[in-house]
Design a protein around this ligand. Structure first.
Ligand code: ADP
Length: 481
């Protein structure tokens, strides 16, 4: 038996968790963290909604643990707790027809209700599950009300002192709802400062930030940026007030899943057989019905089509970019206006630009494996996983020097032939254009290009570094030296 005091027992609480459900990087990290720390060093399990996608994949493998009834604005809403074991990982799933049988995020005030229910149910579930955590590892606004609920909840009884770590994957999403919502759903009539955002609203995330024992952002640079007015989303003062209780932990990616040697891609390759990458490029070009050959620079985009990702900089210069004789494959969905603009771009260059609006993991992999350059000119980027994934496949990222992109891409203008990608500083389509011209110039210099690809593929963004940083935070929370 492990000595309880030097063996953190952690329950990750997250709105999405790969491979059960995913819309973005949060799911990747919540899914990867339990496996990133050796089982001998900590026990990490996950509490997450039983979303439709999880049901579709795993309904024949879940085990029923118990029922709960959650007071929500005058009615009691039922839920079921299920357990799922996948390999060495253990998940506790919250089932509810109204909130978790459609989209992962329902939008508008219903989304507030959805995750208010999740917050409340997570504490009630502690009485049902066969696991007694010492730490709740919360993620993003969806879990932000949990610390406040704990303060007047049985879960914080004398014999159970839960420690709270809150990870901010994206400060842009704060869970802001009117005061009336918090009154109705949480029964909060006296509106405390630690909840208030703007005059008559409250924010799940603010409450979480101010009540957690420790808070971390998902890259060192982002943890500094969010303390400034420009990136702090109205919470910079609160974040600054945390001082050393605010950390930055760079995310990692699962190199077993994201591996160019895996048979899932058209022609597997590695650093020593980089010449095979071109087979994946030809395959991607033909799958997307694009003209061009191995000699034509092929650019890829995989991401949420939102202003955060800076795609406007590409669209602003769309026609000039096409003068560079490039091909572009875009996969993503999100803001309808951006989707429309990309559609119009594609319609102007049907044999040079491919667009798929939607979520498609298979196509994403084909893009990572087949493209030459991966575009990620984000306005802000808490960490970003897509640029790490693309590097793994020798697809050189072209990014804006911000947040986790700054922490993970070694730019050609600074590092020369030791670089792993390209970067520019300002939100300027001209800067992006000039950087792309430099990248394309190097693309035609195949020897240097190969060197940069090898550099990118040699980087280590695997899970072990992220795992050991979280382990030391868990140990610190428990006062273990
Ligand atoms: P964010 O979390 O801001 O969405 P990240 O770069 O951290 O961005 O993580 C995005 C993750 O989601 C990556 O694994 C990426 O491959 C995946 N992804 C994003 N959009 C799509 C899509 N449309 N289809 C498939 N995978 C996608």
């Amino acid at each position: 038996m492990k000595n309880k005091t030097d063996f953190p027992k952690v329950l990750i609480v997250a709105s999405e968790c790969s491979p059960l459900s995913k819309t973005g990087g949060l799911a990747d990290v919540a899914g990867a963290l339990p496996g990133a720390i050796a089982k001998e060093l900590a026990e990490i399990r996950v509490f997450t909604p039983y979303h439709k996608t999880a049901r579709e994949k795993f309904s024949d493998r879940v085990q029923h643990l118990g029922e709960l009834s959650v007071p929500m604005g005058g009615e009691n809403v039922p839920g079921r707790i299920l357990k799922l074991e996948l390999g060495e990982n253990i998940y506790y799933l919250l089932e509810n027809e109204k909130y978790f049988s459609k989209s992962i995020y329902l939008g508008d005030e219903l989304e507030g209700e959805q995750y208010a229910f999740f917050c409340k149910a997570s504490l009630a579930a502690l009485e049902i599950i066969d696991f007694d955590p010492q730490i709740l590892h919360l993620n993003d606004w969806h879990t932000g009300m949990i610390p406040r609920l704990i303060s007047d909840n049985f879960a914080q009884s004398a014999d159970r002192k839960l420690k709270i770590l809150l990870t901010i994957h994206n400060l842009a999403f704060k869970g802001i709802y009117p005061h009336s919502f918090f009154e109705k759903v949480f029964g909060i009539s006296e509106f405390e400062e630690s909840l208030k955002m703007y005059s008559d609203c409250g924010a799940f995330l603010k409450s979480g930030i101010l009540r957690a024992d420790l808070v971390n952002a998902v890259s060192p640079s982002y943890s500094e940026e969010i303390c400034t007015e420009g990136f702090g989303e109205g919470l910079s003062a609160e974040l600054r007030s945390l001082g050393s209780r605010l950390r930055g932990v760079l995310n990692g990616i699962d190199y077993k899943l994201w591996n160019p040697e895996n048979p899932e891609i058209h022609t597997p390759f590695n650093r020593e057989s980089l010449h095979l990458k071109k087979e994946n490029k030809s395959f991607l070009l033909s799958e997307c019905s694009l003209s061009g050959s191995e000699k034509t620079p092929l650019l890829g985009i995989v991401g949420r089509l939102t202003n955060q990702k800076g795609y406007g900089l590409i669209l602003d210069k769309a026609d000039e970019l096409m003068q560079l004789n490039i091909r572009l494959v875009v996969l993503g969905s999100g803001d309808p206006k951006l989707e429309e603009k990309f559609k119009a771009f594609k319609d102007r260059y049907p044999d040079k630009v491919f667009l798929k609006v939607g979520y498609d993991e298979e196509l994403a992999l084909k893009i990572y494996a087949g493209a030459d350059i991966f575009l990620m000119p984000s306005a802000f980027e808490p960490c970003g996983l897509a640029q790490m994934i693309s590097m793994r496949y020798g697809t050189l990222p072209l990014v804006r020097r911000v947040g986790g992109l700054k922490d993970s891409v070694k730019c050609y203008d600074e590092y020369g032939i030791d670089a792993t990608g390209f970067a520019f500083d300002n939100m300027s389509s001209s800067e992006l254009f000039d950087t792309l011209k430099t990248a394309i110039g190097l693309f035609y210099d195949s020897k240097t290009w190969k060197r940069l690809q090898e550099n990118a593929m040699s980087e280590d963004f695997g899970l072990s570094k992220m795992g050991s940083e979280y382990l030391s935070i868990y140990r610190e929370l428990l006062g273990i030296g």
